[in-house]
Design a protein around this ligand. Structure first.
Ligand code: GLU
Length: 542
């Protein structure tokens, strides 16, 4: 919606502003040339993470097709034709090409994702679920990962177009819709918020004779009875718009129903304990429950649902507000504490992100305010989670990226933060380090060292913090860098100068003597000539 209002504002902007924005975009993509081959534009666009099929780019793509018919060789765009194509989607395209999306350097990020996918794909353990006949048909070799960022950047790798049933991955959605329809208080007058510590389909209620939480079958069945199955929130409409109306089917629930004795037992137990709203028809609730569990998606369409949760309830692709912020916050909280069966505590510890697994082998993972991910591989571990999906999330994803809810984003731990531009992040780090050395700010340098900053980073002149501290005569900084951080005492900058040269050039005797002594104590015994030259250098000081 913001995008639309900015687009609207731009359409009323003075022509010269519009020309400037268009020209900027043309120069960014043309890289100094006078024309842009259409394939170069489309390749550059894909490099930002946007799909050419993204509905937000429809006008641009339609115009591009028409415009190429006008171009001399049918494949290149001059400035005029380029502007004609991009005009109606200029805001989104400018954001994309100016790297203003949540993952600015998208291609390096996705190449890491592909590596993690390959690593997790090597795992072969686990069993494909067979208590629901529909599930038993899937090959244990299937493995796919799709992601969608809160800006609608998309990436997909592996078997991501194969349809599979959401199963329990639909529980967060059900719960979110119920809270969206009725509010937190009403929904939790029927269902608890605590992990059960028991298997997902255990016939067990909490001490208030209510289901423990909406992520176990008992809670999900009660939740299903709370959803207003009306024209808007009927399984067809409401759920579909969470998936950007991409692939979603409801027609396989017969298999689930026919093997649903345990759930019918749970349903009758819930009825006996008066867990449903007055007048509920338990069997039709169960039918709806089976239908929602049997929703068929692909990794790609389900990643949009996860991204909608990451994006506070607004679908990143359509811009539609599908769920209230309250519903999303509650849902992510309960996914975090109860989403991964009896592995929920360990998942919260190791991964620290809201997730929900399903017996078809899906894991719906949400990186709040960043992206949604759907991993899918049918073989399950003994707790019912996808073996490859768990490996991808626990061992690889949060080891490489600082996505864990409790990873510190300000101090540079040895993790990669894809939310920042690679160049920017490194430049900022060097500037911060050398500025602290320039001002003699030892406490800042201590914080950097504790945050695993590389204390020997160099700027474009190959200057280090030690060079700068020696040039400024900050003896405490020099001492800290050498004794605590163990930096190289004699790095050479672009002109061949060492920190000792800097101390000499700027007349800082104390630093010079310290450097000379430190090097004498920590280097191989230097020849008399060297020592002589160092002493001579000290004498030269006067
Ligand atoms: N429909 C399945 C059942 O009710 C869902 C189980 C799951 O995916 O955790 O048993």
């Amino acid at each position: 919606n913001t995008l639309l209002s900015v687009q609207e504002a731009l359409s009323q902007a003075p022509p010269q502003l519009l020309i400037a924005v268009n020209d900027l975009l043309f120069y960014t993509v043309a890289e100094g040339q006078d024309t842009i081959p259409a394939h170069k534009f489309l390749t550059a666009l894909k490099g930002t993470g946007l799909l050419t099929g993204d509905p937000r780019l429809k006008e641009c793509m339609d115009t591009l097709k028409e415009t190429l018919k006008e171009s001399a060789d049918g494949v290149t765009l001059d400035r005029h034709l380029f502007k004609k194509c991009v005009q109606s989607n200029i805001v989104l395209l400018t954001q994309a090409f100016r790297k203003k999306f949540v993952i600015p350097d998208f291609l390096p990020f996705t190449s890491h994702i592909d590596e993690l996918y390959e690593s997790a794909g090597k795992l072969t353990g686990g069993q494909v679920a067979d208590y629901i006949p529909q599930l038993a048909k899937f090959s244990p070799d299937l493995w796919g990962v799709s992601l969608c960022t809160v800006d609608g950047q998309r990436h997909t790798v592996g078997d991501t177009k194969v349809p599979f049933c959401l199963q329990s991955c639909v529980k967060p959605l059900k719960y979110a819709v119920a809270v969206h329809d009725h509010g937190t208080e009403y929904v939790h007058s029927f269902i608890g918020k605590e992990p059960s510590g028991l298997r997902f389909n255990k016939l067990f209620l909490n001490e208030d004779d209510q289901p423990h939480n909406p992520m176990v079958n008992a809670g999900a069945i009660v939740c299903t009875s709370l959803i207003k199955v009306n024209k808007y929130w009927g399984a067809g409409r409401g759920v579909s718009c969470l998936f950007n109306h991409e692939r979603i089917l409801f027609d396989r629930f017969q298999s689930e129903r026919e093997s649903g004795d345990r759930n019918f037992a749970i349903g009758y137990y819930l009825k006996e304990k008066k867990c449903f709203p007055e007048g509920t028809d338990m069997t039709s609730v169960l039918d709806f429950y089976f239908q929602l569990c049997s929703i068929e998606v692909t990794c790609e369409s389900a990643s949009v649902m996860a991204a909608t949760l990451a994006n506070g309830g607004i679908c990143p692709i359509t811009g539609e507000r599908v769920l209230s912020p309250e519903a999303v916050r509650n849902t992510l909280s309960l996914m975090h504490s109860c989403g991964m069966y009896d592995f929920s505590g360990q998942f919260a510890f190791h991964v620290g992100l809201p997730a929900k697994s399903g017996v078809a082998g899906g894991i719906l993972l949400v990186v709040p305010n960043v992206m949604g991910i759907m991993c899918w591989s049918p073989p399950l571990d003994k707790l019912g989670n996808s073996v490859r999906g768990i490996q991808f999330c626990t061992v690889h994803l949060v080891e490489l990226f600082n996505f864990h809810n409790y990873d510190n984003l300000r101090h540079f731990a040895k993790k990669y933060d894809p939310r920042r531009e690679g160049g920017d992040q490194r430049v900022k780090s060097v500037i911060n380090l050398l500025f602290a050395a320039y001002t003699g700010d030892v406490s800042a340098l201590r914080r950097f060292a504790l945050s695993s900053v590389d204390m020997e980073q160099r700027d474009y002149d190959s200057r280090t913090a030690l060079h700068v501290a020696a040039a400024e005569g900050h003896i405490e900084v020099v001492r800290f860098l050498l004794e605590a951080c163990k930096v190289n005492p004699a790095p050479r900058d672009r002109w061949g100068n060492t920190p000792m040269d800097e101390a000499l050039n700027f007349g800082h005797k104390e630093v010079l003597v310290f450097l000379e002594q430190f090097q004498g104590e920590h280097s191989a015994p230097s020849s008399g000539a060297n020592r002589g030259s160092a002493e001579k250098s000290v004498d030269n000081l006067y």
